[in-house]
Design a protein around this ligand. Structure first.
Ligand code: SF4
Ligand code: SF4
Length: 69
């Protein structure tokens, strides 16, 4: 069986995102882009699950969850 690596990542509830860009500004890894000015999109290859984005999101719609990579 292949080894599974579990990593913490940021998940945005995009339907409630107002594209304010606060998460993007505060991500030390530059893992967030605002997709077409509509919602925040996380690059899971860059995200390390530090939760800085989640803390600054005014809508509280970013959740840090564990997932398989
Ligand atoms: S959890 Fe950290 S690394 Fe991941 S998107 Fe948010 S601020 Fe960036
Ligand atoms: S801080 Fe929250 S509301 Fe603002 S762009 Fe990021 S996810 Fe969307």
């Amino acid at each position: 069986m292949p080894r599974q690596i579990i990593r913490r990542k940021a998940y945005v509830d995009t339907k409630y995102c107002v594209a304010c860009g606060e998460c993007q500004k505060n991500c030390p890894l530059k893992a967030i882009t605002i997709y077409k000015g509509i919602y925040a999109e996380v690059d899971f290859n860059k995200c390390v699950g530090c939760s800085k984005c989640a803390k600054v999101c005014p809508a509280s719609i970013i959740e840090i969850k564990e997932g398989e990579v």
